[in-house]
Ligand binder design. Structure first.
Ligand code: ME8
Length: 520
């Protein structure tokens, strides 16, 4: 089973475009696995504990559990609207997760991997973390990014992270822990060079933070952030599950084939803490997950933030422009882990040119003319005309470029490959001008061949587009009267899906142009 997970989102507000992008990417890659015929399991969810949630609840004057429940619903609603279909849903307040976290903590304590110590030092209230001298700026001060910095002394529990660092370095060098894209792997190795041998503080005293999972061996403390959130990847995959838990079989899923995260939580959380936690639990190098790290969506070069008031709301975008336009844009405009700038005009432009004009027209013209000039009947497409041969070659090239790109999770490159064949087909129609040819009755058989080449292409392209735009693909299958394509795997994608004599349906625009003027 191909196992895909994403980061679990903080539901301390509404989901933003970065959250939506990550879930859509995971959804697309899951659907791609299924398109290959590979069974896949997609786990995502929400990270409901922690100080951020408590602060938001206080500012809104609601109980933190109520806030978590209410905001979680907002995430669930959005994934439904955006066609994000997950198989497992992780909520960190789930009793099954809590039990797993506590069992792991007890084990690690037994093994001597955890210890308690008092620590006096500087603490950033805003970032909720102890600071070290390495956090000081060139002037020797804690900069404004840390907010209010106070001196406190506190006892806490620590995880012996330092015991695992040299193992981690070799696990990354040997590619047991895979990190893609490559430049992110280099970033992690460089960070390990600089890292000292500090251990990881994993608790908060209950009187300072009560909204968390209590340590089973010291109930005055709750586990803090990573020893709660990171464990979702295994707890909801069935690790140490109870018989009646209704969770998957861990052995069927683990290790995760793809753990999709944003660049901000790579170092140290996912590339250092997480593999070291797994190693301490007894997971070998061969049981490490593969990390796929994506970039950030910014707005006009700025990071999205509440204070700048520039947070892009995917819910509003889907309402205005439709799910297809949003899914297409998010997959099309980000490349190989790099940042992207959110640009509404590009969203509209990409939809109107690549989908409405190029693919939409190709489909519309193919079905419309097949109906008008050929009684909706498909002709034999095993022809030897050089232009036909070139078209079939173009499709083969597109299909293999698409596959290669999707295998390396480069959805944007896969979409470009689709567009290349669309352009080829539109050029082929312009060259043959079936609307002129049909005036000469003796050319009607050739008209049928030409239109059947583009209709056949549309069938293939819809199959390839299915992971990104499942609804649009289903509409295309419907117009081609080929609903059976919905069950096709990539291996079945050979020339001749539409058999001679097959009757196609009625054309109806699948990608109606977005008219910005009408958008108030
Ligand atoms: O980090 N563009 O939650 P989160 C793209 N709960 N991706 C973005 C983004 C942006 N502008 N902003 C955030 C957390 N993300 C923790 C994770 S995992 C065990 C716990 C990504 O709600 C971010 O990188 O702040 C992360 O992958 C995900 O959205 C959730 O971010």
């Amino acid at each position: 089973m191909f196992f895909i997970t994403t980061a679990i989102d903080y539901p301390n507000g509404k989901p933003h475009i970065g959250h939506a992008f990550e879930k859509i990417l995971a959804d697309v890659l899951t659907r791609y696995q299924r398109l290959k015929g590979t069974p896949a399991y997609f786990l995502t969810g929400v990270d409901q504990h922690g100080q951020k949630m408590v602060k938001t609840a206080e500012s809104e004057g609601v109980n933190v559990a109520t806030l978590a429940k209410r905001n979680t619903k907002g995430f669930l609603r959005l994934w439904e609207k955006l066609g994000v279909h997950y198989d497992g849903w992780a909520e960190t307040t789930d009793e099954r997760h809590k039990a797993c976290v506590q069992a792991i903590l007890s084990d690690l304590k037994e093994k001597g991997a955890l210890y308690k110590k008092a620590y006096a030092g500087f603490y950033s209230v805003r970032q909720e973390q102890f600071l070290t001298d390495r956090d000081r700026n060139e002037a020797g001060q804690f900069g404004p990014e840390w907010g209010e910095v106070i001196e406190i002394e506190e006892e806490n529990w620590y995880f012996k992270l330092s015991d695992h660092i040299s193992w981690l370095r070799s696990a990354i060098e040997k590619n047991d822990l895979k990190i893609t894209p490559e430049f992110r792997r280099t970033e992690v190795l460089n960070a390990l060079e600089r890292s000292g041998d500090t251990d990881l503080c994993i608790s908060r005293p209950k009187d300072r933070l009560a909204w968390g999972i209590p340590l089973p061996f010291d109930p005055d403390f709750v586990t803090y952030v990573w020893f709660d959130a990171l464990i979702n990847y295994i707890s909801f995959a069935g690790y140490r599950k109870a018989d009646d838990s209704n969770l998957p079989e861990f052995g069927d899923l683990w290790p995760a084939d793809l753990q999709i995260i944003g660049k901000d939580i790579l170092v140290p959380a996912h590339a250092v803490y997480w593999p070291c936690m797994l190693h301490a639990m007894g997971f070998e190098g061969s049981a490490m997950p593969t990390l796929l790290v994506h970039g950030f969506w910014n707005v006009k070069g700025d990071k999205m933030s509440k204070s700048l008031g520039n947070i892009v709301d995917p819910d509003e975008l889907a309402n205005h422009f439709g799910t297809d336009a949003l899914r297409y844009y998010l997959c099309r405009d980000i490349r190989a882990g790099k940042d992207s700038d959110f640009d509404l005009e590009r969203l509209v432009m990409l939809f109107n040119t690549e989908l409405a004009n190029d693919l939409g027209n190709l489909l519309n013209r193919s079905i419309n003319m097949t109906k008008g000039f050929c009684n909706s009947t498909i002709s034999d497409t095993n022809t030897s005309d050089p232009a036909d041969v070139a078209l079939r070659e173009s499709l083969a090239k597109t299909t293999s470029a698409y596959r290669e790109a999707m295998e390396s999770c480069e959805v944007s490159v896969a979409l470009q490959a689709i567009n290349d064949h669309v352009t080829h087909c539109n050029g082929y129609l312009e060259k043959h001008k079936p609307w002129e040819m049909k005036k000469d009755e003796s050319l009607l058989p050739r008209v049928g061949e030409v239109l059947s080449h583009t209709a056949e292409s549309c069938a293939h392209l819809a199959v390839l587009l299915r992971p990104v735009l499942p609804d649009a693909a289903a509409k295309i299958f419907g117009q081609l009267k080929m609903e059976s394509l919905a069950d096709l795997t990539l291996a079945d994608l050979t020339w001749g899906l539409l058999k001679p004599g097959h009757q196609t349906g009625k054309p109806k625009p699948v990608f109606p142009r977005i008219q910005l003027e009408q958008e108030g």
